[in-house]
Design a protein around this ligand. Structure first.
Ligand SMILES: *Cc1c(COP(=O)(O)O)cnc(C)c1O
Length: 393
């Protein structure tokens, strides 16, 4: 055998090998024993293996794990949380039809809806996330898909998901939930009557701020196959290396969530009482919009807290945030390390009024010692207080 060929033919290692971890199966080409099997490879896109883009044993293992957690018969992974939203929407919406989104949806949804869906002739409609069964008034034969996101991004309103899914089901309208906040450990949208549950795996499921991925879970085989076909038409796939990182992160998701939740809960009283904070949002608070739906439909909360600050904090906001050394400044969340995101003003709303006119700060509580996080937060809060108008002091 020539050296060039020797470089291609590796002798198998001797002896049995078994590991507790899931192997990383990298692939573009997948090989077949027979010409007949190769000819039939297309049918393997849903369950078997036909090409690395459409699945490997590593990604299938992750998909099965996510399906089991979501209480779904099927799940697929896609390149990002937003890819899951886009794929689901584009698979089930057609030109001339309408898609409904809650007014507090993840921020990229709005430009996607207005600029991208609009160009395809699909009409986006934004609705009050607290609409509940009154959504019925918006449901006519032109509505093809209704999204929920509960709690919603930044403002954390909890939706009456069973009421919305029931109203849609009655009219044969498909529903999809962005379950990123809760993860399937805290809420199972399919059990609440939703047809499709998506997650940004980038957040708590992977849990270490080093992977971007999304998941889509369903109970209907035909829906699954439509989604899988469309992911193929759009060239979407997930690498085994990243799936392996997520499988590793998932092993600690339950204890990470418990810890993030416990630390977040321990901070709430202090934040609620603070003069610079006009309102605290966390679904466990009685005052949180939709709290009763959270108590009914969720098995717990997480480490996300949103603060609506007094408008007078604006001049010192940046220095207060920068003084919070335990909080990295950044947009994403759900990792091991605490992160703070700042909006100078409330996010755009078109169906509802902004809750307050002051700055909005989102804390993603991580796994640091609660004492260190409290001290770090106090430093920021002290700086905010320094801007309090004299008349109030
Ligand atoms: C982050 C996020 C997304 C998008 O996920 P990516 O993986 O970053 O694309 C979607 N929905 C919610 C609620 C999110 O927080």
């Amino acid at each position: 055998m020539h050296d060039e060929t020797k470089c291609l033919k590796f002798a198998a290692a001797e002896g049995a090998f078994a590991s507790l971890s899931v192997p990383v199966h990298r692939a573009s080409t997948i090989v077949f024993e027979t010409v007949e099997a190769y000819k039939n490879r297309r049918s393997a896109i849903y369950d078997g293996y036909s090409y690395g883009l459409y699945g490997t044993p590593t990604t299938r293992t992750l998909e099965n794990a996510i399906a089991a957690l979501e209480g779904a018969s099927r799940a697929m992974v896609v390149p990002s949380g937003f890819a899951a939203i886009a794929l689901t929407t584009l698979t089930f919406a057609a030109a001339g039809q309408r898609v409904l989104f809650p007014d507090n949806a993840y921020d990229t949804v709005r430009p996607f809806a207005d600029r991208f869906l609009g160009r395809l002739g699909i009409k986006p409609v934004f609705y009050d996330p607290l609409i509940g069964s009154k959504i019925d008034a918006l449901l006519d034969s032109s509505v093809q898909l209704v999204w929920v996101e509960s709690p919603g991004s930044m403002t954390l309103e909890v939706q009456d998901v069973p009421a919305i899914s029931a109203a849609c089901r009655e009219k044969g309208i498909m529903t999809a939930a962005d379950n990123t906040y809760a993860t399937p450990l805290r809420c199972k949208p399919l059990d609440l009557g939703i047809d499709i549950s998506i997650c940004a795996v980038s957040k708590y499921i992977s849990g270490h701020s080093d992977v971007v991925m999304g998941s889509i879970a369903v109970n209907d085989e035909a829906v699954f196959r439509q989604l899988k076909d469309h992911s193929r038409f759009m060239g979407q796939g997930v690498s085994a290396d990243e799936a392996s990182l997520v499988l590793r992160g998932m092993e600690t998701m339950a204890i990470r969530l418990d810890r993030c939740e416990a630390t977040a809960l321990s901070l709430l009283d202090r934040l609620v009482a603070h003069e610079a904070v006009r309102e605290v949002r966390h679904p466990s608070l009685l005052s949180n919009p939709g709290h009763s739906f959270w108590a009914r439909d969720f098995s717990g909360s997480t480490g996300l807290i949103t603060l609506f600050l007094e408008p007078w904090t604006k001049p010192v906001l940046a220095s207060a945030i920068e003084a919070m050394n335990q909080f990295a400044i950044g947009a994403s969340w759900g990792g091991t390390k605490s992160v703070v995101a700042v909006l100078e003003q409330p996010p755009l709303r078109t169906a509802t009024a902004a809750p307050h006119d002051g700055p909005v700060v989102r804390l993603s509580i991580g796994l640091e010692h609660p004492g260190d996080l409290t001290a770090s937060l106090e430093e920021g809060l002290d700086i905010l207080l320094s801007a309090r108008p004299a008349a109030m002091a």
